[in-house]
Design a protein around this ligand. Sequence first.
Ligand SMILES: C[S@@+](CC[C@H](N)C(=O)[O-])C[C@H]1O[C@@H](n2cnc3c(N)ncnc32)[C@H](O)[C@@H]1O
Length: 237
Amino acid sequence: MSWQLFQQDALIWLRDQSAEQFDALVTDPPYSSGGLHVGTRTADSANAKYLSNPTKYPEFSGENRDQYSYLLWSTLWLTEAHRVLKPGSPFLVFIDWRQLSVMINAVQAAGFTYRGCVPWDKTEACRPSKGRFRQQAEFILWGSKGAWHDKEGPTYPGVIRCGVMAGGPKLHTTGKPMPLMDALVQVCPKGTILDPFAGSGTTGVAALRSGRRFVGCEREEAYYEIASERLSRTGSG
Ligand SMILES: C[S@@+](CC[C@H](N)C(=O)[O-])C[C@H]1O[C@@H](n2cnc3c(N)ncnc32)[C@H](O)[C@@H]1O
């Protein structure tokens, strides 16, 4: 079986999984940072926060924690993710500039060895910010459960430049471009990649396209259906 997808809360689902079965964690959790104030933080994900999206996407939840709660929650799910990974497995976790320090703390609190941070340069296509710096980057934290698995492979780029819409239209408000995910999964062992926040399934499609297997979890039914359909088209279930 090349992929499996579950529709459940990630923390509950992870707690049910047996230890040391996956070969990599590649995930893009909700950032809980779409707004700086309570009003915007608690607004609908698709309609009020990500204003630069002209497309209407299904809503998704998990975006309404303040920073302290986000640190606690992230530490909880990352601790479970750490448990279900085999020793030596790499992790790649997306985050934005607001929650960068929180997530760096959370991965280490969960037991991972934090090894670096790859800026994803979204290019000048991001909306302008007159008189200020353009918010043009998100970040991929990386590291491992213990020793890094690969001492012989190629050197991968430390910055990835890739437009948000590269590879075709997004299927999720915060969907990641296919070429970005294709590049990221290359660093993973040829085994099973875990994504507890699968969204529209981009990590899974990249895993399958690269000859790896995929196990994911997504809480929202609309995205579970979109991801299932994409994964079915890409590889056998
Ligand atoms: C940032 S999006 C992932 C987008 C994905 N990378 C893509 O390219 O489509 C995060 C996803 O996590 C889901 N989510 C939020 N909280 C969750 C939870 N507690 N358990 C499982 N999924 C959750 C949301 O519904 C959302 O689809």
